[in-house]
Design a protein around this ligand. Sequence first.
Ligand SMILES: Cc1cc2nc3c(=O)[nH]c(=O)nc-3n(C[C@H](O)[C@H](O)[C@H](O)COP(=O)(O)OP(=O)(O)OC[C@H]3O[C@@H](n4cnc5c(N)ncnc54)[C@H](O)[C@@H]3O)c2cc1C
Length: 606
Amino acid sequence: MPEMLGADVVIIGGGGAALRAALAAHDRRATVLVLTKGELGKTGVTALSCSDRMAFHATLEHTEPGGPDPWRYHAEDIYRIGGRVSDASLARILARGAGAAFSYLDKLGVPFARRPDGLADQFVTDGSKYARACYTGPHTANHIHAALTAEVRRLNLPVLENVAAVDLAQDGKGRVVGVYLADGRRVKAGAVVLATGGAGQAYEVTVFPEGMTGDGYAMAYRAGAELVNLEFIQFGLSSVKTRLACSGSLMRAWPRLVTEEGREFLADYFPRGTPPGQIYTVLFRKGASWPVSREEPSHIIDIAVFSEMRKGHTVHMDFSRNPAGLDLAKIDPALWAKYPNLAALPPSEPPYRDSPLARLRAINAPSVAWLKERGVDLEAGDWLELAPACQHFQGGVKIDEQAATSIAGLFAAGEVAGGQHGANRPGGNALMDSQVFGKIAGQSAADYANFVQAFPPSKPKARHEPAAATEGEPIDVRDARKQIQHLMSTYASIKRTAKGVKAGLEELAELVKRPWAATQAGTEFLEETRNIALVAELVLTACGARAESRGPHLYFTSRDAIQPLPRKDPAWQVYNVIARGPGGRPKLEARKPVPPDWDLVQPTDA
Ligand SMILES: Cc1cc2nc3c(=O)[nH]c(=O)nc-3n(C[C@H](O)[C@H](O)[C@H](O)COP(=O)(O)OP(=O)(O)OC[C@H]3O[C@@H](n4cnc5c(N)ncnc54)[C@H](O)[C@@H]3O)c2cc1C
């Protein structure tokens, strides 16, 4: 195998965490090489994804409530919202490092919104008590990516584009000493930073871009690293056609939620006789809690949509008329009083009283125009098809305070890393995490690479080749991928049950036994699909091991049950760590996370 390239620090990925790691390693005088699938700026979530207002969470000098060590409020929010299944030591690092991460990006020219006094404007996001979310608008992540890219280019840091890493090269002692690429080359490394993002492509409906196939989780697992909290994956109701996250104003306009036959179904998921006003209050509240979560009563809306889909229906938002029984005169105006663009309306008077579309136009006209441009004309009476979409992996490759994984020479940062967040994640924390731990990973990798120069590694072992599958009829790899995505959406998304997890693992095992033909799709697609299959096995295993509900992990006694099992505290305040066990099978261990060791400023009970 030709050994063509190398650097002290090799970074896999070209997103926000990867670029921050590259800059930090360069600052430590390490030679750096960034490897990315596709072109820089044209792959990954940081470069491509957007939403109505993307948040970057940071505790700054002027952030409420102030006082001594204000980072404690932020760290405690991360730990509490996470359901106390994350390491508080990592939450502390995030909260303390967020201000510096913000300043770094600000100096690079990210156009963060300002208040009239010139300070960064901040708003409150999901799960946080205080306003910490900085933003530029819908494209905060893209602006961050562009600024980091410009800095990487200015410093002439080497970036190898259009290369997919397929495996980590390890020496005889198991230390990571390089990376195998899909084209057969091996890259030599003093240390490797994994920054490959999440695995949205493991699901049928996702707001992730193409190419996000969980390669980092799979490579780390094959190398023997520990992964944690894999059952905690963020899902939210999104438009199937446009991938728009359907929260905020879309829910607060009170549309009808209907099946393809026009049947309203929400009331079927509330106790018989629940007054409509109560049901529509929950629908309104869904607007403020997009990700599904056991701790938010509005999770019943996601359960209702998912259950109808499992019965074979499609589900839609209809803005042309009011849902049955909605009487705005009977809904407490305090509900909408805190939303400035709603408070200014008389929602209980015509036309707002009678038409979800009139309400939506009044509170968020751009969303109506945005949807029309993408082929959904609400004004012409089009319905908006909905489904729960995968948006973020809360868990990942387990890291410590230095962003080191459990394998020597391997560091991880950004969405691929785990342990810093628990079951839920405060909105805005993922982008911040990519910068705080991206920097730490780059620095730690540079220091490690410098250190190991004195101890040359032994010859690397060959890559972990997948065993040739021979049982049953060959299947086109594109069909195999679709089947995995379908089984993951069926058994490991909104409703999880012991029986479903078992069925999912069995279906997966059958599929993996069959030979996959890559004739049309190419070998990179085949490698990615193998990784998706491995991620699916690990996620299903993690789901089956948590017999309670917490965060987005809703566990049911049967697939027809409507109410998820309760959260079981303190018994389940443990996280599940998965690593390769005997025979290459996943081995699972429940462990106690690191608790806070500072003087608490607020109660940590959720
Ligand atoms: C629609 C949407 C809205 C969001 N909104 C917010 C928000 O408002 N606030 C917030 O904090 N977070 C938000 N998130 C989450 C957040 O944006 C991501 O978690 C974060 O950007 C991930 O950054 P990353 O650097 O870890 O990964 P990414 O930016 O996804 O980068 C991963 C990189 O790895 C590369 N790669 C993958 N596999 C390989 C391989 N085998 N070989 C080589 N390269 C590889 C990819 O090509 C890509 O360049 C949102 C996510 C989505 C999808």
